[in-house]
Ligand binder design. Structure first.
Ligand code: C2O
Ligand code: CU
Ligand code: CU
Length: 465
């Protein structure tokens, strides 16, 4: 077995596609703009290459684990049966290759792949084991959306990392289990202080929050509006004009923004929605980062700076399509089962947190890989009512896309719409879910997408038969 330790890692976004895709997971050393650190790469790159898939294809993946520990790669948002999902039930041992054939049968969407080796997920993703996955289909290609990869169709994988004296460090300590691993630097596609040259026209951004724990409040530095066109599950029925959008770990959004005025502008983020909670828990000063001085609120940080340039391609005067993808939402009256989930964690004073205390739970139970928590019938429509205690938790379900029916007993927020696979819960949220993928040979997971909460037990599993 080759160890690959010390292998240099590239930063950036290669693209892979085809009927057979080989992915090699290996550790190595990366250096970006004078900053260095140890990382886990896929095909020598951090983040891993963007995997481009077509609706209708059956793609063979050969995932080889060159690490000295177990790993897995989960296709977050891909609708495939349980045994192909890349969950903790499809661990790839050190030196082994996992060879699933994935039937791609779902609308165009921006997806996310990452390690899901239970107990190691947070560490492995923080080290770099994650990447984007894009599904295209004919309907989407007929809409005239910007789709020239790297020109007017840009992958934007957002992750925060901790750098100390120019070195990437893995945050450790008592608060990790509750706060999750965070960092003082925002990386886009693996690079700190990134800048993108873009055409003077309409550009599509595929935003993915690949951070372990941080929630971003994204907007543009000049407050320009943009059009929100897609969620985790794919395109919206019609585009929505917005000035800001929230993205929690695991969530994705596709937006269209116009750079036709030729002015430089930045995508920025406000403070972490969980910042106050971190302060409360003694937050170690990790909310730092560099702040925009133009903004006296001084609570924004730059995520990605854009330099519009004429002659870069793209279409200057392209109109924003308003009608996007048609989609049938299940009838709520067709729901045959209601289930209730409460995500919870003990805080100081209520006992130990983390591995010793079994204190991160769903319905008072910590994850047990040998226990099936729920059994769902294939094809059924159900309503899952989910709430979170102590802080907002991004709740994710494998193998489905769902709709938000109600939030806190009311109509959902504007930002709740569309086909979702990850949604922030604190107040109770009712999700309308249809289970179309079987999970008999291996169960699906549902969990908090703060990866440290997941690793510490805020996860359950269900079969679909
Ligand atoms: Cu993105 Cu179960 O995970
Ligand atoms: Cu998932
Ligand atoms: Cu959580």
């Amino acid at each position: 077995m080759r160890r690959h330790n010390g292998l240099p890692i590239r930063v950036g976004f290669d693209e892979v596609s085809g009927e057979i895709i080989d992915l090699a997971v290996a550790s190595g050393r990366r250096t970006v703009q004078g900053r260095s650190g140890h990382g886990i790469a896929v095909n020598g790159s951090v983040p891993g290459p963007l995997i481009r898939l077509r609706e209708g294809q059956n793609v063979r993946l050969n995932v080889t684990n060159h690490l000295n520990e177990d790993t897995s790669i989960h296709w977050h948002g891909l609708l495939v049966p349980g045994e192909l999902d890349g969950s903790p039930h499809q661990l790839i041992a050190s030196g082994a290759t996992w060879r699933p054939t994935l039937p791609i049968r779902q609308p165009a969407a921006t997806l996310f792949y990452h390690s899901h080796a239970h107990g190691l997920t947070g560490e492995q993703v923080y080290s770099g084991l994650a990447g984007m996955l894009v599904v295209t289909d004919e309907e989407e290609q007929g809409l005239g959306l910007p789709s020239d990869y790297g020109v007017d169709d840009l992958p934007v994988l957002i992750q925060d990392r901790q750098f100390e004296d120019g070195r990437l460090v893995m945050p450790t300590g008592m608060m990790i289990a509750s706060q999750g691993r965070r960092g003082n630097t925002i990386l886009v596609n693996g690079a700190p202080t990134p800048r993108a040259d873009v055409p003077n026209g309409l550009v599509r951004l595929r935003l993915v929050n690949g951070s372990n724990a941080r929630i971003y409040e994204l907007s543009f530095s000049d407050d320009r509006t943009f059009h929100w066109i897609g969620t985790e599950g794919g395109l919206l029925a019609r585009s929505v004009e917005l000035q800001a959008i929230t993205l929690a770990p695991g969530q994705r959004a596709e937006i269209l923004v116009s750079f036709a005025d030729g002015q430089p502008v930045s995508l920025v983020t406000g403070q972490d929605a969980n910042a106050s909670m971190m302060g409360m828990m003694g937050g170690m000063g990790m909310m730092g980062g560099h702040h925009d001085d133009e903004d006296d609120a001084s609570t924004t940080e730059t995520v990605l700076a854009f330099s519009p340039r004429p002659g870069l391609g793209g279409r200057a005067a392209a109109p924003v399509p308003t009608l996007l993808a048609a989609r049938t939402v299940p009838d709520p009256d067709a729901a045959v089962t209601r289930r209730r989930f409460v995500l919870n964690m003990s805080t100081e004073g209520e006992g130990m947190m983390g591995s010793d205390g079994d204190a991160l739970t769903i319905n008072d139970r910590s994850f047990d890989i040998g226990r099936i928590d729920e059994e769902v019938r294939l094809g059924d429509v159900e309503i899952w009512k989910v709430s979170g205690r102590k802080m907002p938790h991004p709740f994710h379900i494998h193998g489905v896309h769902f709709d938000v029916l109600r939030r806190d007993g009311d109509d959902p927020d504007v930002l709740d719409q569309g086909p979702r696979d990850t949604i922030v819960v604190k107040e109770a949220v009712e999700l309308l879910v249809r289970f179309d993928q079987p999970a008999t040979k291996a169960p699906f997971m549902y969990h908090c997408h703060i990866l440290e909460h997941e690793d510490e037990g805020m996860m359950g599993q269900f079969t679909v038969a």
